[in-house]
Design a protein. Structure first.
Lengths: 93, 636
């Protein structure tokens, strides 16, 4: 598994935290820039359903409100073993 | 216009007859020039240059039909333009010192007037014309010295007489005349370090004029060196030609370096002219070096390569300059950082520029590749050699060719990628529309010739070989195998441009087919990736300056760019920046270290001289006394 500098070279997006109003458009643009087939993983309760930021004035929504999410990793914070095991399952290795 | 066109047609017909028949055309009258007589004799060497000038002149005169330059439509310019073209056609035919200098001077003056055509519109034009006027007059004076020296020692002013006696003149006369001729012709050819007028005058001159100057007038500098060095003096010691090669190598590297870092489209093309003149000088120098060390077949090959590059450079540079002025007319911009998105807005001029630019980059199947290949082959075949100058000069020449080629490729990527592709960076570029058919047609014809001669160089090769052999005065066996392919007889080089082109077409078709097969489903089009910014404008694109920045950084010592960062702070706190402005400028190292001190020294001398005559009679009498003493001392 490798981190890419540009979404053009990536197979998927890993998103953490709630999506603020300022970051909604960049998230959508980044999602558009990833070539298909692509996978979106939201990591942590904040990313999955806004967590403690639910109802905060600057928050546009959870990641799944902005772009379609394929895999969710729950937890606040999610423990590293879970993250790694989910990532391994997604990567198939 | 019609006058220019007819003159070019006539010139081309005469040149073609000379080139195919081999019988020189002569004309002599005693009436035109008092005391000196006016004599023309067009041999094969001259005819090649006349043919090139005629082609470029005809194209430029057609281009002028749609050109909206204010200055070029004036009465003076309308009169001088045909005169300039006619001089370009006549100079290579001059066969006596008097005639040559007369025509040369007329050519210089008429081109200077044409450079000045737009002086009412822009102030830079006057400065450019000043530089050009000084440099061209300096060159003319040096040439005058060189040719008069030769004429005096040979006892006559006709080229035939001087060339009969040339090889038997005293060595110092020959060497001094040759070096002066290299300086004089080099300044006209735009060779480093006498190139400074070129990147100023070419951008400021009206489009057709800069095409004529860059594609036809500059050639005459090369013509002069071949004429004086090879024909009139009959070759010389190796150091002459090492000098020519050194100037050529320096010009090639310096020109390509500056053209790869310039952001002004026409300035870039002007520097690229210096680069190509450098390559031609390398060929001419290599040819002379081969001749002086006894490699006569190779001397012909190297000169053929140089002259072939003269022809091909004229073709693609004419097309490039004409397209560049089409772009300038369509967008009102010359700065690459203000252009962009022109391939769709100028569907004719854009592709024409790309084809000519590919030729500049010497990519097959374009003609620039053929001449540079031949130049490379001729230099490679000089090795291994028993002669030390050859052993040193040829590997260096090959290295210079490679470095200049690489930098030129970067130049072309920059000019096409930033100037034509992408999104328009200014309102002028966004609102541009295609220019009239005469303009893109004239440039397109030259671009077409690039491709035709690239696939079938045998169309021009016999004429160039004839010119080279007439220049060197050899009737030696044909060193180049011809037909659809070019091969060096007795060497290991073989180039089949036709096969190469066919191979490229097949490869391109194969790649397109594979892409079609590999493409499943529909294509999804998404916005260009800009780091997810909410607002993306055309100003955020890659610019010519940023493209050239790594090169500027690598060649920092040579280019010494001037950076200027102005940051103004807020009045309340030093930590808040109110505004920031960044300026970067790249000037010519030769201008900075050579010409500026020289001009400052001259004006210092001028101020000093102005103080000398203060009106006092005693001082004037003193001057007279000093002068008398000096004269007496010198005479005694």
């Amino acid at each position: 598994m490798r981190l890419e500098a540009s979404p053009r070279h990536a197979d998927g997006l890993l998103v953490t935290g709630p999506v603020t109003h300022n970051m909604a458009v960049p998230l959508r643009k980044t999602y558009e820039a990833v070539p298909e087939p692509r996978v979106v993983i939201s990591v942590g309760d904040c990313a999955c359903d806004r967590g403690v930021f639910r109802g905060a004035y600057g928050v546009a929504g959870a990641v799944s409100d902005i772009v379609p999410v394929d895999v969710e990793i729950r937890g606040c914070p999610p423990d590293p073993e879970t993250i790694i095991s989910v990532l391994r399952r997604v990567a198939g290795r | 216009m019609a006058l220019t066109f007819v003159a070019c047609l006539l010139g081309f017909l005469v040149a073609a007859r000379v080139l195919s028949g081999g019988v020189p055309a002569t004309f002599h009258t005693a009436r035109l020039l008092p005391l000196l007589g006016f004599s023309l004799r067009l041999d094969r060497l001259g005819a090649l240059f006349v043919a090139v000038a005629a082609g470029v002149g005809a194209c430029a005169s057609v281009f002028r039909l749609g050109y909206r330059g204010h200055g070029l439509a004036s009465r003076t310019a309308s009169f001088v333009f045909p005169l300039f073209v006619t001089m370009l056609l006549l100079v290579p035919a001059a066969s006596s010192v008097g005639t040559f200098l007369f025509l040369w001077e007329l050519m210089a003056v008429s081109s200077l007037l044409l450079v000045l055509a737009d002086h009412r519109q822009r102030d830079e034009v006057q400065r450019a014309a000043q530089w050009y006027g000084v440099m061209t007059q300096f060159g003319a004076v040096v040439l005058l010295l060189s040719l008069v020296l030769l004429a005096t020692h040979a006892g006559g002013q006709s080229f035939a007489l001087i060339s009969a006696r040339g090889p038997h003149l005293a060595p110092w006369v020959r060497s001094v005349a040759f070096v002066l001729a290299v300086v004089g012709f080099g300044s006209k050819a735009g060779a480093v370090p006498l190139h400074v007028w070129l990147p100023r005058a070419h951008p400021e001159a009206p489009g057709p004029v800069s095409a004529l100057m860059s594609a036809a007038m500059v050639n005459l500098g090369v013509y002069g060196i071949v004429r004086v060095g090879d024909t009139i003096l009959g070759g010389g010691p190796p150091w002459w030609w090492l000098l020519v090669m050194a100037i050529g190598g320096l010009s090639a590297v310096f020109g390509s370096l500056h053209s790869s870092t310039s952001t002004d489209l026409k300035r870039l093309l002007a520097y690229s002219t210096t680069d190509n003149v450098g390559l031609i000088f390398l060929g001419v120098g290599a040819s002379g070096l081969f001749a002086s060390t006894g490699h006569h077949a190779l001397a012909v090959v190297a000169l053929v390569a140089a002259l072939l590059h003269v022809v091909f450079h004229s073709i693609f540079k004419c097309s490039l300059f004409l397209s560049a002025s089409s772009i300038q007319q369509a967008t009102g911009e010359r700065d690459l950082d203000q252009l962009g998105g022109l391939m769709t807005r100028l569907p004719r001029s854009g592709p024409v520029f790309v084809i000519a630019a590919l030729t500049l980059a010497a990519l097959p199947p374009m003609c620039g590749f053929v001449s540079e290949w031949l130049l490379l082959q001729s230099m490679l075949h000089g090795l291994p050699s028993a002669s030390v100058p050859l052993e040193v000069a040829m590997p260096l020449g090959v290295t210079v060719l490679a470095l200049a080629g690489g930098l030129t490729a970067a130049t072309v990527v920059k000019a096409v990628g930033v100037g034509l592709l992408g999104q328009p960076r200014s309102e002028g570029a966004a609102g541009s529309a295609e220019v009239p058919v005469t303009m893109w047609g004239a440039a397109g014809l030259m671009a077409l010739l690039c491709a035709v001669f690239g696939v079938a160089p045998f169309l021009v090769l016999p004429a160039v070989v004839g010119a080279a052999r007439s220049g060197l005065g050899y009737g030696a066996a044909h060193p180049l195998a011809q037909g659809w392919s070019i091969g060096l007889a007795g060497g290991h080089g073989l180039l089949a441009p036709g096969l190469l082109a066919a191979g490229l077409v097949v490869a391109a078709a194969g790649a397109a087919g594979l892409r079609r097969i590999g493409q499943r489903g529909t294509v999804r089009r998404a916005e260009a990736w800009g780091c997810g910014r909410q607002v993306q404008t055309a100003r955020m694109q890659y610019t010519a300056t940023s493209f050239a920045e790594p090169l500027v950084r690598v060649f920092d010592d040579v280019l010494a760019p001037a950076h200027d960062l102005d940051v103004s702070h807020s009045a309340e706190s030093h930590y808040y920046v109110e505004s920031a402005a960044f300026h970067t400028a790249l000037d010519d190292a030769f201008e900075r270290h050579g010409y500026r001190p020289l001009s400052e020294g001259l004006s210092w001398w001028g101020r000093l001289a102005r103080r000398m005559p203060n009106g006092s009679v005693h001082r004037y009498l003193g001057f007279g006394l000093v002068a008398l003493v000096v004269v007496l001392v010198v005479v005694a």
